[in-house]
Design a protein around this ligand. Structure first.
Ligand SMILES: [Zn+2]
Length: 235
């Protein structure tokens, strides 16, 4: 790790893009280890490392797609709520659409790759640990794909919706609509997260830890709210 930028450390550089990790990511690692690492610490670390790698690949999807349409590409930062690729595609709908869609497409492509690996592992009689790991690998990519494709700004799906709407209306209006959906979606996530936290039956039905869902929902609500305020002036 070298360099320090707003509490982030650069861990490597590949294809001309620097990848940073924010300090809070390590706090999240420790908290999650306390919660879930007890039963099988090695598997936990493997899965957390895999999540890290998969999120980095997702962000590289955004960055390389942006570069391919002639946009500006900055660095990638990982923090507890995911990754951020600082990209600036040229101001036209098709460039934004491709830049944003390329991230979730990486996860979508990794699902069949995981299924093929799982089938191959089953055929050669790999250990239960390997099969469990590969099942998690498929689950992680499936979850990241579905979650990111929700049409709620600031999620990728919300930005994809924004790009599609932009073909038919001024950009300010497209941003307004996608961030309004984001505001509602984030609020629903907070509500389900809190319900799941107090009611274990609902909690078990949620795809992620209830409290984590509430925190993510609060973040989405906040980002959508900020963007909604800005876009109001331009519609
Ligand atoms: Zn993304």
């Amino acid at each position: 790790m070298t360099g320090n930028m707003d509490g982030s450390w650069r861990i490597f550089r590949a294809l001309g893009i620097d990848v940073y990790v924010h300090w809070s990511w390590f706090i999240a690692l420790m908290i999650f280890f306390q919660l879930f690492g007890g039963d099988n610490p090695l598997m936990f670390l493997f899965l957390f490392g895999t999540l890290f790698g998969v999120v980095v690949l997702h962000e590289y999807g955004h960055a390389l797609a942006c570069r391919s349409v002639g946009g500006r590409v900055g660095h990638i930062v990982l923090w507890p709520l995911g990754g951020i690729a600082f990209v600036q595609p040229p101001p036209r709908p098709s460039a934004l659409l491709w830049t944003i869609a390329a991230g979730p497409l990486v996860n979508l492509a990794l699902i069949p790759a995981g299924i093929v690996a799982l089938l191959a592992a089953g055929t050669v009689g790999a250990s239960d640990a390997v099969l469990t790991y590969l099942n998690w690998f498929i689950y992680i990519n499936g979850l990241l794909f579905v979650f990111n494709m929700m049409p709620a700004y600031p999620l990728d799906g919300g930005q994809i919706l924004q790009a599609i709407l932009w073909y038919f209306m001024p950009r300010g209006r497209a941003i307004y609509i996608s961030s309004a959906i984001g505001l509602v979606f984030g609020g629903v996530m907070v509500a389900f997260g809190l319900m799941g936290h107090t009611n274990p039956e609902i909690g078990r039905a949620l795809p992620i830890t209830p409290l984590w869902m509430a925190i993510l929902g609060a973040f989405i609500t906040w980002e959508a709210y900020k963007t909604l305020q800005v876009s109001r002036g331009s519609t």
